[in-house]
Design a binder for this molecule. Structure first.
Ligand code: PMV
Length: 321
């Protein structure tokens, strides 16, 4: 048997603007997905035959295995909220890739895992996926994805994807925090309303095509992300929080927030350095950067959402057995 674990993610700055070539910054969170692989007489998930419609990510990961490998059985356990924009399918794909390679004794590394998982996400999402979730899940820490990386990011790998709109390319880099950076905590609040990333991306595209002034909100997110990145790389946490707040204002102007997200965000602001919706919006999760995680989690739960406290800096994917 082999087992691997991969973390989920939260987007600190740059969601939606990244679709238009601006950078996005995501951080690995503590919660994640474990995948165990063992020999079996047929391909199976949780004791049932593998159904490629229900498990497109696993089907795609298996398709890149050496010919004649398997059949194997997968056991999956997750501490992420499901359908909440925490990158659970990316974490599943990264962990499945690593566990399968380990089980058959084939060497693999985190970049291979990120690339294979990105192809799995693209396969499952009709050919469209950025490498943000998969790279963050594989590499851990703070990850920047952009058409061109800012100078404080350390380049890790280049990524490309053939889409129906042509070849898309990204650079993936990491931000190292200074030693003794004493990061605050992240608290995520899940509204309980799943949000569809594709639908929200399409809504923004419609909005900017009918009202070209709204494009300036995406450009502002790009500028705020650039400022936020400088603050992050020098561990100036108050400035990181201010950039998060500023990103949220622009996301709200793009109609991506909801009354429930607004209620959660305003309830935690007095106890946070910064707070914003995270991911696609329209539901899903909000996040806060705070030195008082218990109080923030309490406020989120008092307002009827589910809270998750995470340390700021977390390891990427690992082979456990
Ligand atoms: O659904 P999430 O949390 O992975 O966030 C999507 C981020 C977007 O910028 C809205 C879309 C994308 O492909 O980057």
């Amino acid at each position: 048997m082999a087992e691997a674990r991969a973390p989920g993610k939260a987007i600190l700055f740059g969601e939606h603007a990244v679709v238009y070539g601006h950078p996005a910054v995501a951080v690995a969170i503590e919660a994640g997905v474990n995948v165990a692989v063992s020999n079996n007489k047929e391909w199976a998930v949780e004791g049932r035959p593998l159904d490629s419609v229900r498990h497109p990510h696993l089907k795609s990961i298996i398709s890149r295995m050496r010919r004649g490998s398997g059949p194997f059985s997968f056991q999956i356990s997750s501490t992420l909220f499901s359908a909440a924009g925490q990158g659970s399918s990316a974490a599943l794909s990264v962990a499945a890739h690593l566990a399968l390679r380990s089980h058959i004794g084939e060497s693999s590394n985190l970049i291979d895992a990120a690339r294979s998982a990105h192809l799995a996400e693209a396969y499952a999402q009709s050919g469209r996926a950025s490498p943000t979730d998969t790279a963050t899940s594989a590499l851990g820490g703070c990850v920047v994805v952009s058409s061109s990386l800012p100078p404080m990011a350390k380049h890790v790998f280049g990524s490309e994807l053939e889409t129906s709109e042509g070849l898309r390319t990204w650079d993936v880099g990491t931000i190292e925090l200074p030693i003794d950076s004493d990061p605050p905590y992240l608290v995520l609040g899940f509204t309980g309303n799943p949000s569809k990333t594709g639908k929200m991306v399409a809504m923004v595209a419609d909005l900017i095509s009918s009202n070209s002034e709204r494009k300036s909100d995406l450009d502002s997110i790009g500028e705020i992300t650039a400022v936020g990145l400088v603050a992050l790389a020098s561990a100036e946490w108050e400035a990181v929080g201010m950039a998060m707040d500023a990103c949220h204002d622009r996301l709200e102007a793009l109609n991506l927030s909801t009354p429930f997200l607004e209620k959660l965000i305003s309830s935690v602001r007095p106890y946070s350095l910064g707070s914003k919706l995270t991911g696609a919006g329209g539901g899903g999760c909000m996040m806060a950067l705070t030195r008082d995680p218990e109080r923030v989690a309490q406020m989120i739960e008092l307002h009827g959402a589910r809270a998750m406290i995470s340390s700021f800096y977390n390891e990427g994917a690992q082979i456990l057995i």
